[in-house]
Write a protein that binds this ligand. Structure first.
Ligand code: TXA
Ligand code: MG
Length: 310
C-alpha cells in the first residue's frame, strides 16, 4: 500500500499507525469523534488524557488554535517540522474528546517525510504514541505489532530517530513552560529565537501534573523492574545499559556517554528485556554527561525516573 492509501483509510474513519521522528503514532482524523474514541479504546487510554494533533502545514494551526501568540509562529518557524509540541488555546470546533475537555489543544508538525505526506493527504491527525497504555512508546513498526497484532494498519518507516516523545511546551499561560521534556529544550529555544522558557518544576521530576494530565499516569515501563545507579556486579537476569567502555558481556550494552544513542534505544531495550525475560533493566548514571547533552539529559532522566520502581 502507498502512503495515499493509508490516508484514504484515515479519511474513511480508520486508525493508522505511522512513523514520526520521535516514536510511532496511532493516527485518526481530528474531526472524526468515533475514530478518536476507538483510539482511546484500543490503547486502553484514560479519557482525561488529551491527544496531540499532528499537522503538515502551518496554515492548519488556525483551524485548531485560537488567539495564537506571535511566539508560537516564531517557534514553529524555528523548530517545525520537529519534536516540539505547542499547547495553545483551542478553536471551539476542535472536539472535546481530543482535548479531554481542556480549553487548550496540543499541536505539532512531525519531522518525518512519510508522516508529512500522510497528513498532507488525510488532513490533521490526532496521534498518541502507538503503544498500549502503560507500555513503552514504540520506536519501530515491530513494537506496534507487539502491542496491537495485525488489527491496526501500520505505515512502516523504519526505526525512529529521536526515540523519546516530543517536548510539550505550554504557550497558553503567562510564561512558556515545558510540561514534558524532549529533544528540544530551553537551550535550543533560546539560541534560535531568544525566547526564554522554563521546565515545569512539577513535571521534570516525573511527578503529577494538573496541566498535562497524561503525565500523572505511570508510563514507559517494561515488565522488568528498572533500576538506576552504580553497577557493582554483573548478574545474569539483568540487562545493563552502561555509560562507560569496558569488557563485553552478553547482557551489557555500552553507550560510552552518547545520550542521543541511549535515548534512541531506551524504549526498544525495555521491550527487548521483556522479550528475553530479563527480570531487571539496570541503567548506569547519566549525570556525568549532563553538560555535554543538557537537553537530552533532562528528557532521558524524566523517562528513566518514571520507569524506575519506586
Ligand atoms: O512525540 C510525540 O509527541 C508522540 C508522537 C506520536 O508525535 N506523541 C505522543 O503522544 O507522545 P502521547 O499521547 O503519548 O502524549 C501526549 C502528551 C500527554 O502527556 C498529554 O497529557 C499531553 O501531551 N497533552 C496533550 N494535550 C494537552 C493539552 N491540551 N495540555 C497539556 N498537555 C497536553
Ligand atoms: Mg504515550
Amino acid at each position: 500500500m502507498k502512503v495515499e492509501d493509508y490516508a484514504k483509510l484515515i479519511r474513511e474513519g480508520q486508525i493508522v499507525a505511522f512513523p514520526t521522528e520521535t516514536v510511532y503514532g496511532l493516527g485518526a482524523d481530528v474531526w472524526n469523534e468515533a475514530a478518536i474514541a476507538e483510539v482511546f479504546k484500543r490503547k486502553g487510554r484514560p479519557s482525561d488524557n488529551p491527544l496531540i494533533v499532528h499537522i503538515s502545514d502551518i496554515e492548519s494551526l488556525e483551524d485548531l488554535a485560537s488567539e495564537i501568540p506571535d511566539i508560537a509562529y516564531r517557534l514553529a518557524k524555528a523548530f517545525w517540522p520537529g519534536p516540539l509540541t505547542l499547547v495553545l488555546n483551542k478553536q471551539d470546533q476542535v472536539p472535546d474528546i481530543v482535548t479531554a475537555g481542556l480549553g487548550t489543544v496540543a499541536i505539532r508538525m512531525p519531522d518525518h517525510p512519510m508522516a508529512l505526506k500522510l497528513i498532507a493527504n488525510s488532513g490533521p491527525l490526532v496521534a498518541p504514541s502507538a503503544n498500549l497504555s502503560g507500555k513503552p512508546s514504540p520506536t519501530a513498526a515491530d513494537h506496534v505489532k507487539e502491542d496491537f497484532g495485525d488489527a491496526i494498519a501500520i505505515l512502516e518507516g523504519g526505526p525512529t530517530r529521536v526515540g523519546i516523545e516530543s517536548t510539550v511546551l505550554d504557550l497558553s499561560g503567562e510564561k512558556p513552560i515545558i510540561l514534558r521534556p524532549g529533544a528540544i529544550g530551553p537551550e535550543e529555544i533560546e539560541k534560535q529565537t531568544g525566547i526564554k522558557v522554563d521546565y515545569s518544576s512539577i513535571n521534570t521530576d516525573g511527578g503529577p501534573s494538573p496541566k498535562s494530565p497524561g503525565l500523572k499516569y505511570a508510563h514507559y515501563k517494561p515488565n522488568a523492574r528498572v533500576r538506576y545507579g552504580k553497577v557493582n556486579t554483573i548478574e545474569s537476569d539483568t540487562l545493563y545499559l552502561l555509560q562507560e567502555d569496558g569488557s563485553d558481556y552478553p547482557n551489557v550494552i555500552r553507550y560510552n556517554g552518547d545520550l542521543n544513542a541511549l535515548s534512541q534505544e531506551l524504549y526498544g531495550r525495555f521491550r527487548e528485556a521483556d522479550q528475553k525475560k530479563f527480570g531487571v533493566v539496570h541503567i548506569a548514571p547519566i549525570e556525568a554527561f549532563r553538560s555535554a547533552y543538557p537537553t537530552i539529559y533532562q528528557a532521558l532522566k524524566n523517562r528513566i525516573v518514571k520507569a524506575v520502581d519506586h
